[in-house]
Write a new protein. Structure first.
Length: 229
């Protein structure tokens, strides 16, 4: 029982630290660092590599597709490779739906190719060697938390000119504050939350960032130990 009690105290203390940290800007800047520390655009890309995320539709793939379309419009001569496992014979497979999304956004279908065998970033980098010259500049598009590891993977695989475009979300410009009592309902003995954006949104977003950062740091450590980055 003492061991269980000590574990519960330890978990509670750890959770308290996470909550306190979430009330600061540290989680955002950690997330921002993962997305930007290796993100640069030094060379006009010949190939834009869209690194697939979840299914389709999903937040990750839709965000990455949105940024890929913007990059394709900025570099109209560049080809696009969708790096996402799936059956190309199935019109409803994730890579085919990603291609359809890009076409709907105005990307030339003749410029879109696939890499459908790799199931992690290391394999994607190795498999892209088959279709991209190592000396050609490329542009990686992926979620911010994965960007640093993705760039390091492709550089380790031998690609000499790796650009990166992290698919950050944009914050809404609207003012979401409100007065609780103006909305009616029950009067309860708790503080009003309508004027506190930090409590309603920032706290929970930062807790999510902490999870993403922790997961990604474990992945980066594993990739480093394996010699993949």
């Amino acid at each position: 029982m003492r061991l269980v009690r000590n574990l519960l105290v330890l978990f509670g203390f750890f959770f308290l630290i996470c909550v306190i940290l979430a009330l600061t800007s540290a989680p955002f800047w950690g997330y921002h660092w993962l997305g930007t520390s290796k993100s640069e655009l030094k060379w006009p890309p010949k190939t834009i590599v869209l690194l697939g995320g979840g299914g389709m539709p999903s937040q990750s793939n839709l965000m990455r597709s949105w940024y890929t379309e913007k990059a394709s419009k900025s570099f109209p001569e560049a080809n696009v490779i969708i790096a996402m496992p799936g059956d190309l014979e199935d019109s409803l497979s994730t890579p085919q739906l990603m291609k359809r999304e890009l076409i709907l956004r105005g990307v030339d279908s003749l410029k879109i190719n696939f890499e459908t065998e790799a199931t992690n970033t290391r394999a994607q980098a190795l498999n892209c060697q088959r279709v991209i010259l190592m000396q050609d500049p490329i542009l990686l598009v992926t979620s911010p938390e994965h960007m640093r590891r993705s760039v390091l993977c492709f550089q380790k695989a031998g690609f000499e000119k790796v650009n990166a475009l992290p698919a950050f979300e944009n914050a809404a410009e609207a003012d979401f504050t409100f007065k609780d009592d103006d909305l009616g309902g029950n009067t309860v003995l708790v503080p009003d939350v309508g004027q506190s954006i930090n409590l309603r949104y920032q706290l929970w977003n930062h807790l999510k960032y902490e999870i993403l950062i922790a997961r990604e740091m474990v992945a980066i450590t594993y990739y480093k130990i394996r010699g993949w980055i």
